[in-house]
Design a binder for this molecule. Structure first.
Ligand SMILES: Cc1ncc(C[n+]2csc(CCOP(=O)(O)OP(=O)(O)O)c2C)c(N)n1
Ligand SMILES: [Mg+2]
Length: 341
């Protein structure tokens, strides 16, 4: 069994077209601006409960989605807004769910951590750390059973990676050759606990070797490196070779959730990442230095994206709260599938 460790292709050297670069730039910027707006609405008291922002990690989902095709599935944790936008879910429906309104993806009854889209094959949004990992293997099992070449992206954090259910899932996924990509978003912290404090072995992807699962480590601040790794992982799964692990090294700029005292790291550490490794700035710089876009082009893109995000916030504010009678709906399935004995 061969495992590999990516040498992380420098973004400027990767084989990529201008249109692709612009698309990744726009997709990452949409997530960033959407999250900034969500942070503002939270501060205004329009979003209640938990809200975990993804700012800093945008290149992970955008790079992974670059190799996805129709029919592929995705499932993730509570830090899920970026995943929904990257797979094409409507910002209006996401923002309305954040504000607990009828027009939201879960009719305002789920909130930040509990959204789903059958149309986009997005299976949540899960608040229990690690719970989505075996569920993701189950989604992949259904595709294997049906005999198609769809893959499932099962995203989870460095904290979740230390859970027992992840080890159990690795074993079953490899035994059954399930087409699942385990994406470990290693943002270096699980709430206030750094990976150095919680984890003896620094290589999360390398644990796959114990189960015979191939994998690699990827620079998650470089969208092109993530895209290339996603192409390798999806090709592996689609060819029927079983699961694949991608450990994507990334960083979150904001707190764990909106209530985070941030005493576990210095301001300087965050500032350094923002200044030196920002994934959106990296693509912006390739676009400008390669003469693929001008400053004015990029300003126009930012303006368009802000308009989309503002429209989502307006939609959310205008959408009514769910009626009290909604308390009694969506609890049990209306139609229960029947199976022959
Ligand atoms: C089973 C379980 N244990 C603990 C928690 C509380 N909790 C919520 S998020 C979190 C940290 C998870 O960190 P990581 O997996 O690295 O994901 P990140 O938040 O960095 O995206 C913890 C301990 C929980 N939600 N579920
Ligand atoms: Mg983490």
């Amino acid at each position: 069994m061969a495992t590999r460790k990516s040498a992380s292709t420098p973004a400027s050297k990767a084989n990529v077209s201008k249109d692709e670069l612009l698309a990744y730039y726009k997709d990452m910027l949409l997530i960033r601006r959407f999250e900034e707006k969500a942070g503002q609405l939270y501060g205004m008291g329009l979003i209640g409960g938990f809200c975990h922002l993804y700012i800093g990690q945008e290149a992970v989902v955008v790079g992974l989605e670059a190799a996805a095709k129709e029919g592929d599935k995705r499932i993730t944790s509570y830090r899920d807004h970026g995943h929904m936008l990257a797979c094409g879910m409507d910002p209006k429906g996401v923002m309305a769910e954040l504000t607990g309104r009828e027009g939201g993806y879960s009719k305002g009854k789920g909130g930040s951590m509990h959204m789903f889209s059958k149309e986009k094959h997005f299976y949540g949004g899960h608040g229990i750390v690690g719970a989505q990992v075996p569920l993701g293997a189950g989604l992949a099992f259904s595709d294997k059973y049906k005999g198609n070449d769809n893959v499932t992206f099962a995203y989870f954090g460095d904290g979740a990676a230390n859970q027992g259910q992840v080890a159990e899932t690795y074993n079953m996924a490899e035994i059954w050759d399930l087409p699942v990509i385990f994406v470990i978003e290693n943002n270096q912290y699980a709430m206030g606990t750094s990976t150095q404090r919680s984890t003896k072995s620094p290589s999360y992807w390398g644990r796959g070797a114990a189960y015979g699962i191939e994998g690699e480590e990827v620079d998650g601040m470089d969208v092109l490196a993530v895209k290339e790794a996603s192409e390798r992982a999806t090709a592996h799964c689609r060819a029927g070779k079983g699961p694949y692990i991608l450990e994507v090294k990334t960083y979150r700029y904001r707190g764990h959730s909106m209530s985070d005292p941030a005493k576990y790291r210095t301001r300087e550490e965050v500032q350094k990442m923002r200044e030196e490794r920002d994934p959106i700035e990296a693509v912006r710089s390739i676009l400008l230095t390669g003469n693929h876009a001008t400053e004015d082009d990029l300003k126009a893109i930012d303006k368009d994206i802000k308009a989309v995000v503002n429209a989502s916030a307006e939609f959310a504010k205008e959408s009514p709260e769910p009626a009290l009678s909604e308390l009694w709906t969506d609890i049990y399935a209306d139609e229960i599938p029947q199976h022959d004995a």
